[in-house]
Design a protein around this ligand. Structure first.
Ligand SMILES: [Ca+2]
Ligand SMILES: [Ca+2]
Length: 132
């Protein structure tokens, strides 16, 4: 269930990570119809570049609140089902794995890796359209 929640929200990360990323297809950075783990890691990097204001490698309470607000604003202005699901799906409940109030790169990595492995049903390390 946890993985499913993360997964449903995951494809909306691109809507949130940066204003320049407007479409879910932006996940697929080389536009070849697949999402690789490298592309997932790139998106995670962008999330931290955008929201980790003090650059300490973790989203603290205030920084995560800004991330929450960005997702809420995105869902408001672009009310796709993916954007709406991202509001709850990417909440601290799903990413702050040790419940210490901060989401580290490692925690985000673990959450996204779990999602990736869950969706990549044939285990070839690549998510193809239809799998997501
Ligand atoms: Ca920080
Ligand atoms: Ca934590």
């Amino acid at each position: 269930m946890r993985n499913l929640l993360i997964g449903s929200a995951f494809v909306s990360f691109s809507l949130l990570a940066a204003p320049t990323l407007a479409a879910a297809d932006d996940w697929d950075m080389d536009a070849d119809g697949t999402i690789t783990w490298a592309e997932v890691e790139e998106t995670r990097k962008r999330i931290f570049e955008t929201f980790d204001k003090d650059g300490d490698g973790a989203l603290d309470n205030a920084e995560y609140t800004a991330f929450d607000e960005a997702r809420a604003a995105e869902a408001e202005s672009n009310p796709t089902s993916l954007a709406k699901r991202a509001v709850a799906g990417l909440s601290r409940a799903n990413t702050d794995l040790n419940l210490d109030g901060r989401v580290t790169r490692a925690e985000m990595d673990t959450a996204m890796r779990a999602w990736f492995d869950n969706i990549d049903k044939d285990g070839d390390g690549v998510i193809t359209k239809g799998e997501y």
